[in-house]
Design a protein around this ligand. Structure first.
Ligand code: ZN
Length: 549
């Protein structure tokens, strides 16, 4: 007892009078509550990792702080919040064999051989990203061509669009597929290539990931996100296994990125029946439920009011009747969850808006119903999004990736209110930006650049695509920080470096307000800090000078 008191007294004596940290000599940039850009030259943090205040250029520096960290004039931004990403898929994909950009069968075989040699522990070799259209002869790969590289272990490699895979003989044996196996309706099998509905024959045989696999994938995902300066994520389509993985990381003290979790449909509610409080020092919270109203534009799964311009026989995939969508969403809303519904086509967006209006009449206007993507909206429906105080959760890099494909699918006439960021803001809707990683890279800078230019990383098209929808830099940064935090009911915790919020911030290699757009897209993160602690750094040798007392 006496010993304890002595130790306590010693600890009290050792605590300095001003137990704060000053991140000093920075080019600090953020967006204020009114959407204006503000600058500061230092950031004062308490010992719990929360912001005390920012310090402006003309404020006197007579602060008595214990620790002063000189960042040598580098640019400091709030940590990015990606409103819509798929965390476990990001990690899983990064650990698998990456075949994106292969220019020939020989290159695919080379990468496969290297990966197999480097991963003797992998019982099944899984990969994705090949596209035979980029190869000289445009021929699909075959089972025999994989067997010649890996004969003894199953290999399954998905095509870049996810609509086909190629399997080697060991994988087909493992799946019980023989030359006599018929292709199911809506599928095709040719020399080890399984298309659409036939893919399930192989996929059902792939062993489910173990807890250790999932822990490894999550660790990888966090590492990637921190390297891009993403400190918070709206974790979309979260399964119970995913949720349990996040919990294990929280329990083990390895959860770093703050996750606002959207459970996938109603099933997980059997185990997580209501939104949880924030767990692990505001790093994890189940906040909402994710639904799908339609598919995607590329595969003509987006549900349109009028037929596709390049496929007049179809209007895409409607996934729910109006009554079905309402009743499922009503069940989640009644359990106090926020709703986030995927809607790409104009018919899907109209259906979701109507469902939300109906839910508003029941639950009031303060529930922040989210439309995920809100890509192609009929201009007559756009105002309803603002009137309903809904959140448009959008991804600027989808616009630059989809542009040419969207013109083919819809024709320019129907694109007036597509990817309509500026129009969306004008309706009064809240805008939350993200990337939908791993569909797009989680790197927020190409998105910021696209948002203000409507041009891709190569500056295409000149002048920007439908340039009236361009945002100002502060609007775009706001959607990627404050807006995304608001969209997850986390604006009192993250998204801005203001008193009482977490000191989640990044140091980047250039001033994003000064550089030309193409340069902004290539900006790199140098350090990432969460709760006042540096959790990622590009080069250990480039670490800032620290002075303690
Ligand atoms: Zn998504």
């Amino acid at each position: 007892m006496k010993k304890t008191i002595l130790a306590l007294a010693a600890a009290l004596l050792a605590t300095p009078a001003s137990p704060n940290t000053l991140i000093d000599n920075v080019n600090g940039i953020q967006v204020d509550p009114n959407g204006a850009l503000v600058r500061f030259r230092a950031l004062l943090i308490d010992d719990n990792g929360k912001v005390i205040r920012t310090i402006g250029a003309n404020e006197l520096d007579d602060l008595d702080v214990r620790r002063r960290i000189d960042e040598h004039g580098q640019t400091l931004l709030p940590g990015f919040v990606d409103a819509h990403g798929h965390v476990m898929e990001l990690g899983r994909d990064a650990l698998q064999l990456d075949l994106v950009g292969t220019r020939s069968l020989a290159e695919l075989q080379q990468r496969l051989g290297d990966y197999a040699a480097a991963h003797p522990e992998a019982k099944w070799i899984l990969g994705a990203g090949w596209n035979q259209e980029l190869w000289p002869d445009k021929k699909f790969p075959t089972a025999a061509e994989l067997d010649s590289i890996v004969p003894d272990r199953p290999v399954v490699l998905e095509r870049v669009d996810g609509h086909a895979l190629v399997a080697n003989s060991a994988a087909m044996r493992g799946a019980g597929v023989t030359p006599q196996t018929p292709a199911p309706v809506g599928g095709e099998i040719t020399d080890g290539v399984f298309v659409d509905n036939a893919k399930a024959l192989i996929n059902q045989a792939i062993p489910a990931p173990t807890q250790a696999d999932m822990d490894q994938a999550f660790a990888k995902a966090q590492d990637i996100l921190l390297g891009f300066g993403v400190t918070g994520v709206g974790s979309m389509s979260t399964s119970l296994d995913d949720w349990n993985t996040f919990r294990r990381a929280g329990d083990a003290g390895t959860l770093k990125v703050r996750l606002m979790v959207y459970l996938l449909g109603l099933d997980p509610l059997k185990v997580v029946p209501h939104p949880t409080p924030w767990l692990y020092d505001d790093r994890l919270r189940a906040v909402g439920v994710k639904f799908f109203a339609d598919g995607a534009l590329g595969s003509r799964g987006a549900w349109l009011k009028q037929p596709y311009s390049d496929a007049p026989g179809t209007t895409g995939n409607r996934l729910h009747s109006d009554a079905d969508l309402r009743s499922q969403e009503d069940a989640a809303a009644a359990a106090r969850f926020q709703l986030a519904t995927h809607a790409i086509g104009d018919a899907a967006n109209a259906q979701v808006i109507s469902a939300y209006e109906w839910l508003d009449s029941k639950y009031g206007l303060n529930r922040r119903w989210r439309i995920e993507h809100a890509q192609v909206v009929d201009c007559t429906d756009l105002l309803r999004i603002g009137h309903g105080h809904m959140i448009a959760s959008m991804q600027p890099t989808h616009q630059t990736s989809d542009r040419l494909m969207a013109e083919k699918r819809l024709g320019l006439g129907r694109l007036k209110c597509a990817y309509a960021w500026q129009s969306m803001l004008r309706t009064g809707a809240k805008l939350a930006f993200g990337t939908d990683f791993p569909v797009e890279s989680p790197n927020p800078f190409p998105g910021l650049s696209a948002a203000i230019s409507r041009q891709d990383i190569n500056g295409q098209p000149p002048g920007g695509w439908l340039p009236a929808e361009r945002l100002t830099f502060e609007q775009a940064l706001g959607a990627y920080t404050r807006g995304a935090a608001y969209a997850g009911f986390a604006e009192d915790k993250i998204g801005a470096l203001e008193p009482g919020r977490w000191a989640d911030f990044i140091i980047v290699d250039r001033d994003p307000t000064k550089d030309e757009r193409q340069s902004l897209a290539r900006a790199q993160v140098i350090e990432t800090w969460i709760a006042g602690k540096r959790v990622w750094s590009r080069a250990p040798s480039a670490s800032p000078t620290e002075r303690g007392q």
